[in-house]
Design a protein around this ligand. Structure first.
Ligand code: ADP
Length: 209
């Protein structure tokens, strides 16, 4: 008991999209706890592989460090494997995947073979100046190799070029919900939760809410 259900559904399969610095990781973690599903961040997986010095890490590093996307075949193979793990049965929160049309097609296919579909696609939108400010602040705290001014600019460009069109073209527009990601973490969290629960008013009084 105690598992909350997004939209009252037994399985919570949610994708979080938005530009670098939008807060995907922060909110994916919060939602994963609340809905008791794993948060899967492709960026975190790549960084962990780089740190562990695996083959995948060696392949990914040059792309991550320069702010480019890791090639689809590499990213897709990794996600396919991750989504086949047992802990994703109650669902998952995908943070930073899909980012390209090819990735979106693979996600559709994986979900199709598992006989399930997406619950929602949340797009966090944040003003550009705020994004750069947040990322530069994070650079001081976390020392991520890609949080330098040049690479931040590149990542924002890559997002606009490859991922924004994907949101616009997304197969099922009804799934896509834009959330205002400006403001502090608590404010944005409330907006997200309001959306998650509004799907099923009954869920507001769910155990553990
Ligand atoms: P951000 O969204 O803030 O740029 P992430 O931690 O999500 O940060 O991603 C960091 C880097 O990892 C990206 O710049 C890219 O190189 C790589 N990456 C993450 N997710 C993907 C993806 N779905 N496809 C290709 N590359 C990815």
């Amino acid at each position: 008991m105690g598992r909350e259900q997004w939209g009252g559904r037994a399985v919570t399969t949610v994708v979080l999209m938005g530009p670098p610095g939008a807060g995907k990781g922060t909110h994916a973690g919060m939602l994963a706890d609340r809905f008791a599903v794993p948060a899967i961040s492709t960026g975190d997986i790549f960084r962990a592989q780089v740190a562990a010095g695996t083959d995948l890490g060696r392949t990914a590093q040059q792309y991550v460090d320069s702010g480019a996307y890791v090639p689809d075949e590499v990213t897709n193979a990794m996600v396919r494997e991750r989504l086949s793990a047992d802990d994703t049965r109650p669902g998952f929160l995908l943070d930073g995947y899909p980012r390209t049309l090819d990735q979106a097609a693979v996600l559709d296919e994986v979900l199709g073979t598992q006989d399930r579909r997406l619950t929602a696609v949340l797009v966090l939108s944040v003003d550009r100046e705020a994004l750069v400010r947040r990322l530069l602040r994070r650079a001081e705290i976390q020392h991520r190799s890609d949080d330098t001014e040049d690479v931040i600019r590149r990542r924002l460009e890559v997002y606009s070029e490859h991922t924004l069109p994907l949101i616009e073209l997304n197969g099922d527009r009804r799934l896509v919900h834009e959330i205002d990601g400006n403001g502090d973490v608590d404010e944005v969290r409330e907006r997200i939760l309001e959306f998650a629960y509004k799907l099923t008013p009954a869920e507001r009084s769910a155990p553990g809410a």
